[in-house]
Design a binder for this molecule. Structure first.
Ligand SMILES: CSCCC(=O)C(=O)COP(=O)(O)O
Ligand code: ZN
Length: 207
């Protein structure tokens, strides 16, 4: 790592934030098995991101690696998240994004498999956690994209929709992507979105 590229300790701080975020997501059951991935943008534009295949609730410092803005590992042989390109795409699209979170909750998985190309959430006080949502009477539109094992192709489908998003997006039968200016904001948005999805699932069960 080029330690001169940003303040000393910034990488270590990012790693500890990612480890803590993984633990928090795990407590909610949003990263079962080896699901999910987490990243932080570093001051030089590179990313600290979870290594592919590890349990995100049990990360150690070795479970986080560094990639460049295109997703290429900074250390030969490192294998970043299989979904790194989706993180890179968000950072490239939004210059203010500082952290990206991806989880596989039951609610996002089940609701997205019920059909449709978006979830529209309305009437919930918690939706005010999203930028531009000043009242429960507004509508939060969360797009749903069909899952695809070809992440480059999937990112091409997501790309034209990024500009209009304020709460993140869902990949069908897979999970959510959420981001924020820093890890605290990203976690608050993830928690807010997952709360809304859990409510929506309960409402539909009530009929
Ligand atoms: C068992 S989860 C399948 C892969 C996935 O969707 C995911 O989020 C984790 O992949 P990664 O390469 O980031 O560990
Ligand atoms: Zn995933």
């Amino acid at each position: 790592m080029d330690e001169t590229a940003f303040p000393a300790g910034a990488y270590c701080h990012a790693v500890s934030r990612i480890i803590a975020a993984g633990q928090r997501m795990d407590r909610f059951g949003w990263v079962p098995a080896t699901a999910g991935n987490i990243s932080i943008r570093l001051p030089d534009g590179t990313l600290a991101i979870t290594r592919s295949g590890g349990h995100k609730g049990l990360l150690g410092p070795d479970g986080v690696i560094r990639v460049d803005a295109t997703g290429a590992p900074c250390t030969d042989g490192d294998r970043p998240s299989a979904e790194t390109l989706l993180h890179c795409q968000i950072y490239a699209h939004d210059a203010t994004a500082g952290a990206v979170l991806h989880g596989h909750s039951v609610a996002s998985t089940v609701l997205s498999m019920a059909g449709g190309d978006a979830l529209v959430l309305e009437g919930y006080e918690v939706q005010k956690v999203f930028a531009g949502q000043d009242t429960h009477a507004a509508r939060v539109h969360v797009p749903i994209f069909d899952n695809d094992q070809d992440i480059a192709r999937l990112s091409g489908v997501v790309a034209p929709h990024l500009a209009g998003m304020h709460a993140g997006y869902i990949i069908r039968g897979h999970g959510v992507y959420v981001w924020g200016a820093d890890m605290d904001v990203a976690l608050a948005r993830l928690e807010g979105l997952e709360f809304l999805l859990a409510c929506e699932l309960e409402r539909r069960k009530l009929g």
